[in-house]
Design a binder for this molecule. Structure first.
Ligand code: GLN
Length: 278
């Protein structure tokens, strides 16, 4: 059955057809990763076959596997995902790595802010890395915040995190040791050209960065300067080729660049900043 399913997805133009057919079948059977490798001839019930066919059809319609099964792994942790949140990308793990490398002592009591928290993948992964830390996640979308809260509860982090529905730093007071953000940064006219999996199933509000893709950095920079502790650090995700522009927006607001961290493809993905004149 797996072979036929993979062939169907291939015919529908899904390049990851083999992997996706396997992941969806595992989900239907509610079995761990190795199961189908151990039991390739496992017999499914009629109900399971019917469910599997429905899921394959959704994948053929370009819904990503993560959104069909409702879970995506990020930084080795399972995150619930829905159509209300950006699907966590491996690229964004660059940001977690950058925080770890910059601040290697995991026992410090950091206060962390994530602006545009979405599923919570950045903030909650950091709270796992720093067991003494507490954090605040803000988002405009109440539906996204419900997903983030679910993930916080599921990861046992309820006591160390608070969520607020607001725009960037608006309504926030206090000073943070670490500020992270993966804002929308795709130039508006590019959205139409993105693959179906992204443009149909990620919320456009998490992608669209305005005409030149940089609107959110302009909005974020003054808020960051207001909310960062004098010795605090900012870790910000950018789109390909945006490092010069983001650097100059941030520098004009009183921040200084420390370094750019590259993702696995060698693309500058995360900027590390501090206050220029603390
Ligand atoms: N990295 C996402 C993409 O390439 C975009 C996420 C964002 O705009 N922050 O589709």
């Amino acid at each position: 059955m797996l072979i036929e399913a993979a062939a169907y997805l291939k015919e529908q133009g899904i390049s990851s057809h083999k992997l996706d057919a396997r992941l969806l079948l595992q989900h239907v059977l509610n079995q761990p990763t190795e199961f189908l490798l151990r039991e390739p001839d496992h017999q499914c019930t009629q109900d399971q076959i019917a469910t599997y066919e429905q899921l394959l059809h959704r994948r053929a319609e370009r819904e990503p596997v993560s959104k069909i099964i409702g879970v995506r792994e990020f930084w080795g942790l399972p995150f619930k995902v829905t159509q209300d949140v950006l699907d966590p990308r491996p690229d964004s793990e660059t940001l977690i790595e950058a925080v770890r490398n910059t601040l290697p002592d995991s026992n410090q009591v950091y206060y962390i802010l994530d602006m545009g928290v979405g599923s919570g993948c950045l903030l909650l992964s950091l709270l796992k890395e720093y067991p003494q830390a507490t954090g605040v996640g803000v988002d405009m979308s109440s539906a996204a915040l419900a997903v983030a809260q679910h993930n916080a509860n599921a990861l046992g982090l309820t006591q160390r995190v608070q969520f607020m529905q607001t725009s960037w730093g608006q309504d926030l007071t206090g000073q943070f040791d670490i500020i992270v953000s993966n804002p929308p940064y795709i130039p508006h006219q590019i959205i139409e050209t993105l693959e179906q999996e992204v443009k149909q199933f990620d919320p456009v509000s998490a992608l669209d960065g305005g005409e030149d893709g940089l609107d959110c950095y302009r909005q974020l920079a003054p808020e960051i300067v207001r909310l960062l502790k004098p010795d605090g650090y900012v870790f910000i995700e950018i789109g390909q080729g945006q490092e010069r522009d983001v650097e100059s927006i941030f520098e004009n607001s009183g921040l200084k660049i420390l370094s750019w961290k590259k993702d696995l493809q060698g693309i500058a993905r995360c900027g590390v900043f501090q206050l220029a004149n603390p």
